[in-house]
Design a binder for this molecule. Structure first.
Ligand code: FAD
Length: 502
């Protein structure tokens, strides 16, 4: 229950897409009274994204969710050979060479993952209200008043201590809060649809670039195939206009240069390469996450990954704020940590779109670029970006080479039982992992014991340190390695990240 009688809920999450639902699960897991307001009366079942990259998979593994988000057989761990992936439509990257833990990619249609998160969130006590559209937002002294319209057109109000806009690219929360959404405008008009291809052999195969544009076909001989077109002559004049089968077929045929018979469309929509980011992720009691905070062309399948990692970064910090123990500035680290990650994704996507230009004068540059992708360093650099495994944060721990890095999952032996670092993070609690009997470190953590899980273990794998303080999102707050590895610096890190124990 909300601890203030003046509010109906501690956190209102507006938008029940994959990001909003995962955030609701994180908050509910941490005992926050959370309400999700979702405009649609029922999920559409449509999935724009179909795969998750390594860092998202590793993050979900730290909540015990990795298996559940895969409707098919679980993806094997890295080490089973190359995993080719593309940059700008050139499949010359090998992501298996940049990933050191878990699967390189997992098949997880976003509609499926969203409903897994929703079911878990509800089980943990979150209220998911479907058919509720946010239409008004007023910030009051200690709460935010939301005006909500239901599917019959009736409006009601809801007071929340905090509001998170997870309501997608055209976020009402962002608009109503007046947060500017800025970046680079669209230059590409893209269409995507799922249709039955009546003569699959005559359809363009795979990813095709020619001077008229791009066609991308994911062939399904037993049902509808996913087809996509990129037109570099300019964006569509009306981004919201519905796409008809006629327009779609005409565009596929224009680029392919021959008839491509199709029927039975199930999903037709248009998108662009506008790359935009919210200028602030937080204004007062309102925060933004997922596509509400950043949008870009879907090159490299990074959007949903970015959003899910936003949710896991934000969840524990907002929960700490709600429960009253957040140290000053903790919640603001959500923006300082996550906005640069999105900025970097927007940059790599802009670069991919520039290289995708169908002008034949780009061919030599593409050939050169594709060759360079086989250099180890280039593969590491681009693969690290796309898979998200290069993400680390500036946690302000000078002299500590591990601070801000993602804590690796290692098998651990504690007394008679066997566990792993990932398993110890399932409850999203801060973790002090000790691979030593240091009395000093135990004494330092003593006042935080009710908030920080302390585990003394032996590690089968190499962690490179005797002690790690791990945040609930899996990133290292402090380690015993380096110049600042003593009990005093541990006390400093505990206070900085996990508040005043008094
Ligand atoms: C064509 C296309 C292909 C893509 N392919 C990929 C891919 O392969 N890989 C990848 O990682 N990403 C991909 N993306 C991006 C990915 O789909 C998004 O990043 C992802 O959907 C973001 O999730 P979200 O929860 O932030 O927002 P959304 O999925 O947009 O969810 C927002 C939710 O908010 C609800 N809502 C909106 N307004 C209101 C309101 N006023 N009140 C209440 N509820 C509201 C909506 O109904 C919706 O359910 C693709 C995008 C496109 C357009």
């Amino acid at each position: 229950m909300p601890n203030s009688p003046a509010v109906d809920t501690q956190v209102a999450v507006v938008g029940g897409g994959p990001v909003g639902m995962l955030l609701a699960r994180e908050l509910a897991l941490l005992g926050v009274h959370v309400t999700v307001l979702e405009k649609l009366p029922a999920p559409t079942g449509e999935s724009k994204a179909g795969t998750l990259h390594a860092r998202t998979a590793q993050t979900l593994h730290r909540r015990g969710l990795l298996k559940a988000v895969q409707p098919g057989p679980p993806a094997p761990p890295v080490g089973r050979g190359p995993v080719p992936f593309h940059f700008s439509g050139m499949f010359d990257l090998d992501l298996s060479r940049v990933v050191t833990e878990g699967p390189v990619m997992v098949g997880s249609p976003q509609a499926w993952a969203q409903e897994v998160f929703a079911a878990e969130a509800e089980q943990l006590g979150a209220r998911v209200r479907r058919g509720r559209e946010l239409v008004g937002l007023d910030e009051e002294a200690h709460a935010v008043r939301l005006t909500v319209r239901d599917s019959r057109g009736a409006t009601s109000t809801l007071r929340a201590s905090w509001v998170v806009g997870a309501d997608g690219a055209r976020s009402a929360v962002r608009r109503l809060t007046g947060i500017p959404f800025t970046g680079t405008p669209a230059r590409v008009g893209a269409l995507i649809g799922e249709v039955r291809l009546l003569d699959p052999a005559r359809a363009p195969q795979g990813w095709q670039r020619n001077p008229r544009g791009w066609t991308l076909v994911w062939l399904n001989l037993f049902g509808r195939s996913r087809v996509c077109t990129y037109d570099f002559r300019g964006p569509h004049p009306d981004r919201q206009a519905p796409v008809t089968l006629d327009e779609f077929r005409t565009e596929v045929e224009r680029i392919a240069g021959h008839p491509v018979p199709m029927d039975s469309p199930s999903w037709l929509t248009r998108f662009s390469d506008a790359a935009l980011q919210a200028e602030h992720y937080r204004v007062g009691r309102v925060l933004l996450t997922g596509d509400a905070a950043h949008v870009h062309f879907p090159a490299g399948g990074q959007g949903v990954n970015l959003g899910l990692q936003d949710a896991v970064n934000l969840g524990w910090k907002l929960a700490a704020e709600v429960h009253g123990w957040a140290p000053p500035g903790l919640l603001d680290t959500y923006e300082t940590e996550r906005a640069p990650v999105a900025e970097a994704v927007l940059e790599n996507v802009r670069a991919q779109v520039a290289l995708m230009d169908p002008d034949p004068r780009m061919d030599a540059l593409r050939t050169l670029f594709a060759r360079m992708m086989h250099f180890d360093d280039v593969n590491q650099y681009l693969g690290g970006m796309i898979s998200g495994v290069d993400v680390h944060y500036d946690t302000g721990g000078p002299g500590d080479p591990l601070a801000g890095r993602f804590a690796p999952d290692v098998p651990l032996k504690t007394g008679d039982s066997v566990t792993s670092l990932a398993e110890l993070l399932h409850a999203a609690e801060p973790l002090l992992l000790l691979l030593t009997d240091s009395e000093d470190l135990l004494e330092a953590v003593e006042p935080w014991r009710f908030r920080v899980k302390v585990v003394t273990a032996t590690a089968a794998g190499q962690l490179g340190t005797d002690a790690l303080l791990v945040r609930p999102d899996g990133y290292i707050a402090w380690s015993a390695r380096g110049d600042a590895g003593d009990a005093d610096s541990l006390t400093g890190a505990l206070g900085c990240w996990f508040g005043d124990p008094a």
